[in-house]
Design a protein around this ligand. Structure first.
Ligand SMILES: Cc1cc2nc3c(=O)[nH]c(=O)nc-3n(C[C@H](O)[C@H](O)[C@H](O)COP(=O)(O)OP(=O)(O)OC[C@H]3O[C@@H](n4cnc5c(N)ncnc54)[C@H](O)[C@@H]3O)c2cc1C
Length: 478
């Protein structure tokens, strides 16, 4: 007879939770379960949109558990001491179950906990749950990891996918312990965290909303149209599941299974196949980050570590605040600043603009996204930034530099997205909306949009910067 602990981290849900499922399955006849959350001091020392969103997701999870009559127990403080103290409180603990988090931070933390557990002969079970295929699953014949997405994907798509895991709620209610008095300090800290949240994301966080969002994406026909609509920021054409996946309010297994079911039922796989490929990118970048744990700070392709980056504060300020004079960049940055999310095509455009048109250090952009995205995921974000900077393993070639104006014409042809975030362009004629500085003086008067007063002049010339950037990268090739 003993206690099994399920430690939640980025898997804030009951349904289809692999650690919870297996913990329940492992329990002996008289064993008990204790649900745990560790409030890590380093993860909570600042408060950004991402924290605000995550706390909402955590709150939702705790509430869902309580609705089942089941309780979360909180511990706080530096990892080693917090778990030592936990194991002296739960002195009959026989096993700890977690879902794997592959980030370098989490790996360090988990190693510490494993060592604490080992010293006390406590078993430690870690399950692949946040990704369809973990960092070590898809490897080349010689067991080395892939660098390029296409061959990785060929293997990824042909590998069997796990089905969602069932949770026996009746069993959970019977075996889950309630020891709130022993965890009063942690409970107090949880209360303090929850007081910080603004409530802004209440309707957009948590497992019920995640499932609804998934269903809506499929039944509204967006999935079928995903292949053609996914690049259009003027349509609501993507799933908007990223923040749910990030917090674990939904598992990628549940998403994959629902998409497969749709293919089986409708026989329509066009949009679905493209969508599934995006889930593979998520796994790919997780794998890459696992193998390149320094890639938050260093260019993955080592020759690019010599690149000299700009740190021009004025340029960076204009980029952050959406005042570059390039409407697609400015509207995108305002979308990020206002909503905590940015469309994928726009993430590529603003990242390209920062690194190639402004030649600013990609790390500045990566950090800015970290502070402003509610779906911030280090692996995908670093992957995206190193892709745009042409410094990653499977990145955009340095000579294929996005032209922000052409991107805008192509992906927001009517300027609908632009004007939704840049109302100052409302009256600008369509022929100039992607490049308002082209307007003649009388057009500016008619549009009530004087360049330099109502909307900025472009802060750089794309043609000039493109040429300079090509030369900068070319130097390194030789
Ligand atoms: C510079 C840059 C930074 C990025 N930073 C992040 C980040 O911090 N967090 C994040 O989740 N995604 C990031 N992405 C990937 C992508 O932009 C978002 O996942 C996507 O926009 C989320 O919206 P969605 O859920 O509607 O996506 P959908 O198009 O509906 O895609 C479904 C899911 O697939 C995954 N996915 C889609 N595209 C990618 C991709 N290119 N790489 C990895 N996974 C992908 C996401 O989990 C997404 O929720 C970044 C991309 C770039 C270019």
């Amino acid at each position: 007879m003993g206690t099994h602990i399920v430690w939640f981290r980025r898997d804030l849900r009951i349904h289809d939770n692999k650690a919870l499922h297996y913990a329940l399955e492992h329990l002996g006849e008289h064993d008990k379960l204790l649900l745990l959350y560790h409030i890590h001091p380093d993860l909570n020392d600042s408060f950004t949109k991402r924290h605000d969103y995550y706390y909402e997701a955590l709150y939702d999870h705790v509430q869902n558990l309580e609705q089942q009559g089941v309780f979360m127990h909180f511990i706080t403080g530096p990892v080693e001491g917090a778990f030592q103290s936990l194991l002296s409180t739960v002195d009959d603990c026989t096993a700890i179950h977690v879902n794997i988090d592959d980030t370098p931070f989490a790996r360090d933390r988990d190693q510490t906990v494993q060592q604490v557990a080992k010293k006390q002969n406590i078993r430690y079970y870690a399950y692949t749950d946040n990704h369809l295929h973990g960092a070590h699953e898809i490897v080349k014949k010689d067991q080395s990891h892939y660098q390029m997405f296409t061959p990785y994907y060929k293997q990824w798509i042909n590998r069997a996918k796990e089905r969602p895991y069932q949770i026996d709620l009746d069993q959970l209610r019977v075996v889950a312990q309630k020891r709130m008095d022993d965890f009063a300090e942690g409970q107090k800290q949880f209360g303090t965290l929850m007081q910080q949240k603004t409530g802004r994301w209440k309707q957009m966080a948590g497992s019920e909303r995640a499932l609804e969002q998934l269903q809506a994406f499929i039944t509204n026909g967006l999935l079928n149209r995903y292949k053609s609509d996914r690049d259009r920021p003027d349509f609501d054409g993507t799933s908007r599941l990223s923040a749910y996946l990030r917090t674990g309010a939904i598992s990628p297994r549940t998403v994959y299974a629902a998409v497969q079911e749709h293919i089986d039922e409708s026989g329509n796989d066009e949009g679905a196949n493209t969508f599934i490929q995006e889930l593979a990118w998520r796994d790919f970048y997780n794998m890459i980050y696992y193998h390149y744990p320094m890639s938050k700070d260093e260019e993955i392709i080592s020759k690019y570590q010599q690149l000299q980056w700009s740190y021009d504060e004025e340029h960076f300020h204009h980029w952050k605040h959406g005042t570059t004079g390039f409407p697609i960049v400015d509207a995108a940055m305002r979308q990020l600043n206002e909503t905590g999310w940015m469309h994928n095509r726009l993430r590529m455009i603003v990242a390209s603009f920062l690194t190639k048109d402004l030649q600013l250090d990609w790390r500045l952009g990566e950090r800015y996204f970290q502070d402003h995205l509610i779906d911030y995921d280090p692996a995908s974000n670093i992957g995206g930034w190193q892709w745009a900077a042409s410094t990653g393993t499977d990145a955009v070639p340095y000579f294929r530099i996005f032209n922000p104006t052409r991107q805008s014409e192509r992906f927001d042809p009517d300027g609908t997205f632009l004007t939704s975030y840049l109302p100052e362009l409302n009256k600008v004629p369509l022929s100039c909306i992607h490049e308002p500085s082209k307007m003649s003086e009388s057009e500016q008067d008619d549009a009530k949009c004087i360049i330099g007063r109502d909307y900025p002049e472009p802060i750089v010339s794309h043609q000039v910067m493109r040429q300079k950037t090509l030369e900068r990268y070319k130097e390194i090739q030789s």
